[in-house]
Design a protein around this ligand. Structure first.
Ligand SMILES: NC(=O)c1ccc[n+]([C@@H]2O[C@H](COP(=O)([O-])OP(=O)(O)OC[C@H]3O[C@@H](n4cnc5c(N)ncnc54)[C@H](OP(=O)(O)O)[C@@H]3O)[C@@H](O)[C@H]2O)c1
Length: 319
């Protein structure tokens, strides 16, 4: 009898949480079409990025899937074309963990495309090894921050000439785990294999996404280009699936996780909602503006990160 009561109470509690999750899950209400517009979605081959790209293609946009794996990129392209009937969907190779790949992707876009209306910096990873990239930067920092930073800067001329245009940066609630940025340890210079924390590094990269948005907003004032960042929710995608602890957490949370379609809604909202045409530098969750951590609102920190990132990706030399 006691066991039965215990099970009923637990089941009811879990059910109520599930209902709460579903009721508070924001959905993009805009039916705006995007015929004649061009969008780039990094990591558009899977998870949230795939659902984002599919939605934008269904609205009639020319969609470029910027992916590091050709097979996955081409498969996603074919699936999106057959699901939406929009043939103007394309795969282009982009590995954010290589500055050379980012430069060659951007060069290619500037040669082939006359406009860029929305750049969605969606691609990201969790739980990379404690390793440096070919550019000498920490692998996860480069994939999640330095790569998107360089990409955004190289595409800015096209975004500006296509204004009004938007840049959407997919961050995470996990930015709270980043704490305060130590600029002498930005690429884990002070860490050893024993002290390296995947949680912390991921948190810092996601904090960098918001800080980049904050400083970018300041630099873009008056250009007609807006930029916002977001937390998509918790979604059982492939991210971090190779990390045992992450697999366990996702397994336990699965009933309360969003679907990839639900997880894409805030990104889509920021990319298309007409009421956000003049909104910039903000952070969203469930299609609503919310405040990020204190560190993520620090404009001085944002400026310093921008300068340091510029130096590390050698932006002045390449532009
Ligand atoms: N899922 C969540 O609960 C959650 C929560 C908060 C924030 N986010 C954020 O949401 C974004 C999308 O994640 P997701 O959940 O959809 O994960 P996902 O299914 O693993 O998708 C991530 C995408 O990023 C791509 N990618 C990773 N590293 C890359 C690189 N170096 N160059 C180019 N592409 C790269 C992946 O390519 P491959 O297919 O080749 O690996 C994949 O297409 C990420 O920025 C993540 O931080 C997710």
């Amino acid at each position: 009898m006691f066991l039965l009561a215990f099970l009923i109470i637990n089941f009811t509690f879990a059910f109520l949480i599930w209902v709460y999750c579903k009721l508070t899950c924001g959905v993009c209400r805009s039916s705006r079409h995007l015929v004649g517009k061009t969008v780039i979605v990094t990591g558009g081959n899977g998870g949230i990025g795939y659902e984002t790209a599919k939605d934008l293609a269904a609205r009639g946009a020319r969609v470029i899937l910027a992916c590091r794996n050709e097979t996955r990129g081409l498969t996603a392209k074919d699936q999106i074309i057959s699901a939406t009937g929009n043939p103007d969907v394309h795969y282009r190779h982009l590995d954010l963990a290589s500055l050379e790949s980012v430069r060659s992707f951007a060069d290619n876009i500037l040669k082939t495309d006359k406009r860029l209306d929305v750049l969605v910096n969606n691609a990201g990873c969790y739980g990379s090894k404690f390793e440096k990239s070919e550019d000498g930067l920490l692998l996860e920092m480069q994939s999640n921050h330095f790569g998107p930073f360089l990409l955004t800067n190289l595409l800015l001329p096209l975004l500006k000439s296509s204004a009004p245009s938007r840049i959407v940066n997919v961050s995470s609630y996990g930015h709270n785990m980043g704490g305060v940025i130590d600029f002498d340890n930005l690429n884990a210079e002070k860490e050893t294999k024993e002290t390296y924390s995947q949680f912390k590094v991921y948190g810092i990269t996601k904090l960098c996404n918001i800080l980049m948005t904050v400083e970018l907003e300041r630099r873009l004032r008056g250009t007609g280009v807006t930029t916002n960042s977001l937390h998509p929710g918790v979604i059982a995608t492939g991210i971090g699936a190779h990390v045992r602890l992450m697999r366990l957490i996702v397994f336990l949370l699965t009933p309360f996780c969003k679907t990839a379609w639900e997880g894409a809604q805030t990104t889509i909202h920021l990319a298309v909602a007409p009421e956000l045409s003049d909104v910039s530098g903000r952070y969203f969750r469930d299609c609503r503006e919310v405040k990020p951590s204190k560190a993520a609102q620090d404009t001085e920190l944002a400026r310093r990160l921008w300068d340091e990132s510029e130096r590390l990706v050698e932006l002045q030399i390449t532009t």
